[in-house]
Design a protein around this ligand. Structure first.
Ligand SMILES: [Zn+2]
Length: 321
């Protein structure tokens, strides 16, 4: 009897032990499941929030691509053009939000991030003014309620002071395009000293005439190939930013042929962010309304250069500029 009692007690104890182990195992499984779920959901949230800040960070890291550095000037000699290779044309897929605000809630940040990824932005730029066409260009821009960026030649600023003032007053950006626009003066030495000196001179002159301190330059004839790394370092150290372009309208070469200018622009437009090179020329004035209409139709919004929302657009892909 005693023996069988003992066996029963032992069995009962074994059953209890098994149950306890089973409960323990179930608890462990449950706890690990909860832990895994928590970790996973945290990861997913992290991923969502990092992808919700999409292109803004990329803007500074990535560089828009160049298209055609041959800024339009007949002053360029054959010899000058020999080394003038066209940089490769690639999609910059940069975008940038002109209207970001620090107080956004998470939801609206995500929404604006989504909008940002979809947004197509175009910067119209006009070189070599101010001149007799500046007011006509301003009239067209005003009529369409859009703003543009002008790269003006310093030696012309005084004579066209009222157009320059109007341009600034109406919300366009006054960029710098050197005093002389002379290839030999700006680049023949190979050094950056004269180049920097001309741009500083123009910066001071514009400031004297309008009270505006401009820091964005466009190198005459584009920055490639004549402006190398050390040259760019000097530009950076002088406190300038430098823009080339992504679309070359080649407008300067189509005298009397505005349809050709329009065709050039249409052919090259495809990126999420475009910077179109144009000049203050008669055929450009004639082509401009149709170019604007085309870009609107393609879903682009028009942006003007803003130092606080600088985007990198140079052929050297130099993020310092
Ligand atoms: Zn020019």
């Amino acid at each position: 009897m005693e023996r069988s009692n003992e066996t029963r007690i032992e069995r009962a104890q074994q059953v209890k032990k098994k149950r306890r182990r089973l409960i323990l195992t179930i608890n462990l499984v449950l706890i690990s499941a909860i832990a895994i779920t928590t970790v996973l959901s945290m990861k997913i949230r992290q991923e969502q929030s990092s992808s919700a800040m999409p292109k803004l960070a990329a803007v500074n890291a990535k560089q828009p691509q160049s298209i055609d550095p041959a800024d339009p000037h007949k002053q360029v000699t054959k010899k000058d053009q020999v080394g003038n290779k066209e940089p490769e044309n690639r999609d910059p897929s940069d975008s940038h939000n002109e209207k970001s605000s620090g107080e956004d809630t998470k939801a609206s940040q995500a929404a604006s991030a989504a909008a940002l990824q979809k947004a197509k932005v175009v910067y119209l730029t006009f070189d070599d003014g101010p001149n007799q066409y500046t007011d006509q260009i301003l009239d067209i821009l005003s009529k369409n309620d859009i703003h543009a960026t002008f790269f003006m030649i310093g030696s012309q600023l005084r004579d066209e002071k009222s157009s320059v003032e109007r341009l600034i007053h109406e919300g366009h950006y006054a960029g710098l395009h050197s005093m002389s626009h002379s290839y030999s003066k700006l680049y023949k030495s190979g050094g950056s000293d004269h180049f920097i000196q001309e741009f500083k001179q123009e910066q001071a002159l514009l400031y004297k005439l309008t009270g505006v301190k401009s820091s964005l330059i466009r190198a005459p004839y584009g920055s490639a190939p004549q402006i190398g790394y050390n040259f760019r370092t000097a530009i950076y150290e002088a406190g300038f930013k430098m823009w080339d372009w992504t679309v070359d309208s080649k407008d300067w070469s189509y005298e009397g042929k505005p349809a050709k200018v329009i065709e050039q622009v249409k052919r090259q437009i495809h990126r999420k962010q475009e910077v179109i090179l144009m000049h203050e020329k008669k055929q450009t004035v004639q082509a401009l309304p149709q170019i604007i209409a085309y870009l609107q139709h393609q879903g682009y919004s028009f942006a003007v250069y803003k130092p606080d929302h600088h985007v990198v657009v140079n052929f050297g892909k130099d993020i310092r500029l």
